[in-house]
Design a protein around this ligand. Structure first.
Ligand SMILES: Nc1ncnc2c1ncn2[C@@H]1O[C@H](COP(=O)(O)OP(=O)(O)OP(=O)(O)O)[C@@H](O)[C@H]1O
Length: 252
């Protein structure tokens, strides 16, 4: 196994005494695609928010490349090379796909959108923005306003915005949620393409996506790690079948 790029030790988050994440140890190997799965309410989103600095842990630690990043603000974490996909679909309906990516490229952390837009400034990012749109299959949609993009293409645009940061670690929160079969296949191919040279952490309900992409799977239940391993190993684990996969695998 390659060394971990992202590590959590004893990570915990309580909400008014409720243990949403409860002592999680996690090793994300550099260059891997690592899926976090588990039933609703298992703590996946909370863990995701802890890893990206959007929530401060109640206890435990997070290290990136061996450096302690526990409790750092999201923009600091992003600047260190950890980016997440955002649900940007409702933010700027009239802004084109290209402009979205240009805005992301000009914001040093990808987090601080600027509401003034100077064509001159953004023009500097045009080529890179078009290349990123091409990477996610949106080359033909560069001048289309976000609101006019079909659902699957909006999600592809979110991915292009996250990639604008050129992150070493890319966290994707349910990248195929709400997608039809065709868009799911396209997204699987897309993640395969963008994983080159990166580490990808994926919260995903769709087991087909996990089976296709994940080198490693961590199953969470009740805020704790239930099982971790390769997909086949995890899928066959009786504890997992009981807790989750049996039901979720019934062909979603
Ligand atoms: N801000 C919050 N305040 C109080 N409780 C919260 C908060 N965020 C999450 N929780 C609770 O923590 C638990 C874990 O939630 P979380 O969203 O992390 O689960 P999840 O595994 O991502 O679930 P899903 O698959 O449904 O998105 C849930 O019981 C949820 O109600």
């Amino acid at each position: 196994m390659p060394p971990p790029i992202l590590q959590a030790r004893g990570l915990a988050k309580q909400f008014r005494g409720f243990h949403a994440v409860d002592g999680v140890d996690l090793d994300i190997a550099a260059g891997s695609v690592h899926a976090l799965v588990g039933p609703n309410g298992a703590g996946k989103s909370t863990l995701f928010n802890l890893l990206t600095g959007f929530l401060r842990p109640s206890r435990g630690s997070i290290t990136l490349d061996g450096h302690d990043v526990t409790g750092l603000a999201p923009d600091r974490v992003a600047r260190l090379g950890v980016a997440r996909s955002f649900q940007i679909t409702t933010l700027f309906p009239q802004v084109t796909a290209r402009e979205h990516v240009e805005l992301a490229l000009q914001a040093p952390t990808g987090l601080g959108w600027r509401f003034w837009r100077s064509e001159d400034r953004l023009g500097r990012f045009r080529d890179r923005a078009l290349a990123l749109l091409d990477d996610v299959g949106l080359a033909d949609a560069a001048e289309v306003p976000a609101a006019a993009l079909a659902y699957g293409r909006k999600r592809a645009l979110e991915l292009a915005v996250a990639l604008a940061l050129d992150p070493r670690v890319l966290l994707l929160d349910e990248p195929t949620a709400g997608m039809g079969a065709e868009d799911v296949e396209r997204t699987i191919a897309l993640i395969r393409a963008v994983r080159a040279g990166r580490t990808v952490v994926l919260v995903e309900h769709n087991m087909r996506v996990v089976a296709n992409l994940a080198d490693r799977v961590t199953v969470l239940t009740h805020g704790k790690v239930l099982v971790e391993g390769g997909y086949a190993e995890v899928r066959a684990d009786p504890r997992v079948i009981t807790a989750y996969l049996g039901e979720a695998h019934a062909d979603r």
